[in-house]
Design a protein around this ligand. Sequence first.
Ligand SMILES: [Zn+2]
Length: 377
Amino acid sequence: MQIRIKNKNYQLPIYLPDATLGVARNLDSMDLAKVGLEGVMVNTYHLIQIPGEEILQKVGGIKKMMNWPGFVSSDSGGFQLFSLIRKNPDMGKVTDEGIVLYNGPKKQKKTMFTPEDSIRMQFALGSDVMICLDDFTPPEANEKRTEESVMRTISWAKRAKAEFTQQLTKHGFEENNRPLLLAPIQGHTNDKWRAYCSEELQKIGFDIYGLGGWPFLPDGKFDYSFCEKNAELTSKDSYRFALGVGTPENIVRLFFMGYQFFDCVLPTRDARHQRLYVFKVDPKALDREALRKLAEENRLNEIFDYTYISKGKFSTDNEAVSEFCDCPICQKTNGVPQVSKAYLHHLFKIEDGSAFRLASLHNLRTYVKVIEILRRA
Ligand SMILES: [Zn+2]
């Protein structure tokens, strides 16, 4: 399975690391390419604050600034603004026109962030996969709030698509080399409103449909049934993006539900917290069908594991972080890994910046390996 993004075809599924401010923390674009990544997820709202639209336009967009050979996906900025407002209602409010942000103590200054603004800014970033501004349905929403967020998400998606179409013409994109547009489906776990949202978005027509909302149960467990139901709402051949998902196990299980795009902060965040992903078996011996069987039998824990490199027992361990990993740090010369567990343990202990980089390289390579197995028919 493939998708064409601008003038390049990409194999699916695909995983994008978090690069909120145009950098996957502690790693440069050469590092990302080295471990086999092909796309990154940046944040529109944060990049428009810094370095700002004017600088981005002068340097030719974020991809050019990063000198990144892959594609860039940008989220709308909505999720960050909703989180800000949910934490502190004095920060702003959501209206049918867009998100109002208050500046100053007495709410006397206002700025408006509309669905059109978000798309215009994503063109300024030079993004390849753009995401419509949506009205996130909070998990605690009642029927009325759920209906409101769904109706607003549909109306905003319509406006975003109109702006996107105009910007395509303005920037001279042709049909076979244009960026793509994604619309998230909202409605939380309310089957009626989520189905309605999906139906209306498909009438407008988008390249990719996103898993909007919060895929977790009240007890914190991942909500697979929510993700499965959501995937069934879009037509069979749709491209589906599991926004913000997830662990290697989540990715495998959602791939078999019909999701092809994943982006998640976990591998780089866990790397900074000294949590490293390892395979229990040689991934070379696995293919898509093997993973399908393990997922169906709920046995994925037989292949995925974690190593907590801060544990004292690793202080004298000369072995590689993972015997099955071919990342730049686990690669062996004459049987000796480039970076041993003992050395990585030491680098974290003395809080050297290189520890974050090395651990992130390893974790991201493990994610790419999972994707490679899923592509291996
Ligand atoms: Zn490794």
